[in-house]
Structures are given as structure tokens and as C-alpha cells.
Design a protein around this ligand. Structure first.
Ligand code: AMP
Length: 210
């Protein structure tokens, strides 16, 4: 199962990916997570990426395409993978098709989470990640049972001023990727305003009836 989870920042891609990797035992490939790890580890890639991420801009295509190519060549992708936050430009989508072709694979389905832009800022600014488990919470809509136990942190780019720039990048550079996949007849639209577990059930039933 080679899946792309598509949607604006805060649409719920990461939340759904976490559920699906457990159910299907395939890896989540999140370019955002790979880049944040590089920043944490202080690598050259991290230093380069941070300049863009702190400003809500996309990291250059060559950089992320290289990361994805390396990641897809790993053995754990043989049974499938879930792309989360990639491709984010039409060029990335084209390069991904080339990378997969070389590996005799292809994207089978694009699950697009649709959330009204008006909800997104509140969703993202309230988002917190558990330092312990990596699980994603929302301080108002989905708080953890024990906040201390989870040791929550806010992403540096989840502050309102950066979020607005990320949304602008999404509209200009990422939204056209959906048309790219619609032309390939691979897109299934999902109402991202529903409860996370309802969406997960919907996705599972789509994948199992494919
Ligand atoms: P995310 O965790 O997917 O929201 O990504 C956080 C940030 O990482 C984005 O705002 C970009 O700066 C960068 N990033 C993640 N994935 C990509 C990508 N596919 N292309 C370019 N930049 C990316």
C-alpha cells in the first residue's frame, strides 16, 4: 500500500498517519519529521532547513527530494509506506513518480483531508506533540488525560505568524499537487472536520475495499 496523505498544514495528516502505520505496519515518511530531527541533531541539513522552516517557507525541492529518495530505498518500505507532508510541490510529485518508477512502484492512492481554512489556525496553534510518544494532541479539542505525563511541546513553526505564511505556501505551491493526482485518478477526498477516529475508520474501509 503506497499512500500519500494530502492536506493543508493542520488538516490531520500526522494524526491519521500514526493510526495507519500501527494498523498496517508500514512506515510513515514525514519530511517534516525528518527535517525536525536534522535540526535537533544540528546537522548541516538541519541548519539549512531551519532557515526556511522558521519562516514558514518550503525547503527547496532538491533537498527534500534527496531525503525521500534515500528513505524510499530502505527495506521497510517494501510492503508500502505513508507519505505525510510530501509531495508539497508539483515538481516534488513528478520527482516522486520517477523515484518510484525506478523502484518498480507507484503511488496507489492519495487521501486528501479537506478542512476549512478558517479552522486551520486554531487547530495548529493549539497543537502539541508528546515528547514521550510523538502522539499529537490539541490543548482544547483533544487534550491528553495526563498533561505532565505526556510532556507536551509546541512546534516552533506552530506560532500564529508562521502559520499564516505556511498557509500561503500551501495555497500557492502545494494545492496544485492535488490536480496533478486528480489527473491520475488517484484522489479520494475526505472531510477532515470529522472526528479523528471517524476519519481513520473511513480510511480503513476505503483501503480495504480498494
Ligand atoms: P510539516 O511537519 O509537514 O508541517 O512540515 C514542517 C515544515 O517543514 C514545512 O513548513 C516546510 O518548511 C518543511 N517541509 C516539510 N516537508 C516539506 C516538503 N515536502 N517540501 C518542502 N518543505 C517541507
Amino acid at each position: 500500500m503506497n499512500i500519500v496523505l494530502f492536506g493543508a498544514p493542520g488538516a490531520g495528516k500526522g494524526t491519521q498517519a500514526k493510526e495507519l502505520i500501527e494498523k498496517y505496519n508500514i512506515p510513515q515518511i514525514s519530511t517534516g519529521d525528518i527535517l525536525r530531527n536534522a535540526i535537533k541533531n544540528g546537522t548541516k541539513l538541519g541548519l539549512e532547513a531551519k532557515k526556511y522552516m522558521d519562516n514558514g517557507q518550503l525547503v527547496p525541492d532538491e533537498v527534500v527530494n534527496g531525503l525521500v529518495k534515500e528513505r524510499l530505498a530502505m527495506d521497510d518500505c517494501n510492503q508500502g509506506f505513508i507519505m505525510d507532508g510530501y509531495p508539497r510541490t508539483v515538481i516534488q510529485a513528478e520527482v516522486l513518480d520517477e523515484i518510484l518508477k525506478e523502484l518498480s512502484k507507484e503511488i496507489e492512492i492519495v487521501l486528501a483531508l479537506d478542512v476549512p481554512t478558517s479552522d486551520i489556525v486554531e487547530r495548529i496553534t493549539g497543537r502539541r506533540t508528546s515528547k514521550k510518544t510523538g502522539k499529537i494532541y490539541h490543548i482544547k479539542y483533544n487534550p491528553p488525560v495526563d498533561e505532565k505525563e505526556e510532556d507536551l511541546e509546541q512546534r516552533a513553526d506552530d506560532k500564529e505568524e508562521v502559520v499564516l505564511k505556511r498557509l500561503e505556501a500551501y495555497e500557492k505551491q502545494t494545492a496544485p499537487v492535488l490536480d496533478y493526482y486528480k489527473k491520475q485518478d488517484k484522489v479520494v477526498m475526505l472531510d477532515g472536520s470529522k472526528k479523528p477516529n471517524e476519519i481513520t475508520q473511513e480510511i480503513i474501509s476505503i483501503l480495504e475495499n480498494k
